[in-house]
Design a protein around this ligand. Structure first.
Ligand code: ADP
Length: 464
């Protein structure tokens, strides 16, 4: 067992192929040989039996016409049946006590004669001849007929057939060895190639991808899966790098303003109004810093799988109305249309189990983004439901997100390159995604730069 485990799968596969193909060849050859032997033997046996029967009938006719022959053994030779070679026939009259003598004089085993007498028919085989004996008895006669002929299969067919089959077996083994050798060279070649290539991949060349193999679907599936995994690893690797640089940038900007303002005002004595101005700049920047760290904190808290939050039944349509009115109170220019045409008739399909405040925060983020990045053009909010999910769609016709940047949009502090003119921290979407994850929901974004963005949220409906 230990040795088998040490053999590489390449040799194991080749060995398995070799063993199974040779076993199949041996099995086929043995089956073929035994069936041929049986067919020839049966045919031969039936011919002998027929001949024995005919002889007996002829002899009975003879007996019924004349007086019984004086000789106790009537022996005939002759190739009168072309399929029986070197054949002999004996008609033996049975008298009490002569069976042993008869067996000895014919050089046949006593048991053979006894068996014929006991069961009416028996067969026997010696080195060169095949015997069949049959017993015929009534009031007028009591005799056995024994016919014998050369075992044709043994003498003429067996050795020839064996030679052919041994040659076939050797040829099959040779072919199996050649195919195994070819397989061992070629079957694992692409896998070895992949192994070599994968070994080359590390954190500095995460962009490497494996090339597809020609005519190898299974392997290509593996290659594609591996490449997709590399895509995900590369994105999350870049996200982590982005997070550190984005976070330090976001926290440093207000700090730099605070330090700069304080530095300037301390450089020489100033008038009271100037100190007030500097302090208000510092306050403003400190407030920014505060809201950024608060946002970071809530992001970190929502990362804790929701065990601490209170969950209750939330009606999504009511929640969205609530979000819309909050937003319109804060941002008067925001135009939001709630499309109710897809609302299900059965309102229980709009119920989810969740935390009201967190879900409120998540949907407010999405809708505010729609208003903000479309310069307050109309934002459409629609709600629909399947038997298992509530689907919320928020559509805007704003600046969209550049294709290449969409995959980073959920990274904390990441802001797309086309958002320079808009205020923001890049915390809203990662927070929203964490909140939806806590509710076993899913968020997907479809966007075209300069055309607009559609955010689709799926939440599982409450089970009753
Ligand atoms: P913020 O809006 O404060 O920058 P978010 O986390 O809410 O942060 O969004 C992250 C980034 O995703 C935004 O900076 C913006 O590039 C992009 N984004 C989100 N929603 C939209 C939208 N509706 N239209 C265009 N860009 C969007």
């Amino acid at each position: 067992m230990g040795l088998i485990n040490k053999i590489s799968s390449r040799y194991k596969t080749v060995l398995m192929f070799l063993i199974s193909s040779v076993s199949i060849a041996v099995l086929l050859i043995v089956t073929f040989y035994t069936s041929i032997e049986k067919i020839i033997y049966d045919d031969y046996y039936n011919t002998l039996k027929l001949k024995t029967d005919i002889l007996a009938q002829l002899h009975i006719d003879e007996l019924e016409q004349e007086s019984p022959p004086k000789k106790s053994i009537k022996e005939l030779y002759g190739p009168d049946n072309p399929s029986l070679f070197n054949n002999r026939e004996y008609i033996i009259h049975i008298t009490p006590g002569n069976t042993g003598y008869l067996a000895d004089s014919l050089r046949l085993p006593h048991s053979f004669i006894q068996q014929i007498l006991a069961s009416g028919e028996s067969s026997h085989q010696d080195d060169s001849l095949q015997y069949i004996g049959m017993h015929f008895k009534n009031k007028a006669y009591d005799f056995i007929v024994i016919t014998a002929a050369e075992n044709y299969f043994k003498k003429h067919v067996q050795s020839h057939l064996q030679r052919i089959l041994v040659i076939s077996l050797l040829t099959a083994v040779l072919v199996a060895v050649l195919i195994s050798y070819y397989l061992s060279k070629n079957l694992f070649k692409p896998i070895n190639k992949i192994t070599r290539k994968v070994k080359e991949i590390n954190s500095v060349n995460l962009h490497y991808r494996l090339e597809e193999e020609k005519y190898n679907n299974e392997l290509n599936q593996l290659i594609n899966t591996f490449n997709e995994m590399l895509n995900r690893i590369e994105t999350s690797f870049e996200s982590q790098n982005n997070f550190i640089s984005n976070a330090s940038h976001e926290l440093r900007t207000p700090l730099t303003s605070i330090i700069g303002a304080a530095d300037v005002s301390l450089s020489k004595p100033r008038r009271p109004e100037e100190y007030v101005e500097t302090l208000s700049i510092i306050l403003h920047e400190a407030e920014k810093l505060d809201s950024k760290t608060k946002a970071l904190l809530s992001l970190a808290q929502t990362g804790f799988n929701g065990k601490v939050q209170q969950f209750s039944t939330v009606r999504i349509d009511e929640l969205l109305w609530d979000c819309i009115s909050t937003i319109q109170r804060l941002y008067h220019n925001c135009k939001i249309q709630f499309d109710t045409s897809l609302l299900p008739e059965n309102s229980s399909k709009l119920q989810v189990t969740g935390n009201q405040q967190l879900l409120h925060l998540a949907f407010t983020n999405i809708i505010i983004n729609g208003c903000k990045y479309s310069n307050n053009q109309l934002v459409k909010v629609s709600v629909g439901a399947t038997n298992t999910q509530v689907i919320i769609i928020v559509q805007d016709f704003g600046i969209g997100i550049p294709d290449q940047e969409l995959r980073y949009i959920f990274d904390p502090f990441y802001r797309a390159s086309n958002t320079k003119k808009f205020e923001g921290y890049g915390i809203g979407l990662p927070l929203t995604r964490n909140i939806l994850k806590m509710h076993n929901g899913k968020i997907t974004i479809n966007t075209t730069e300069n055309k607009g963005t559609t955010v689709e949220v799926h939440l599982p409906i409450k089970r009753f």
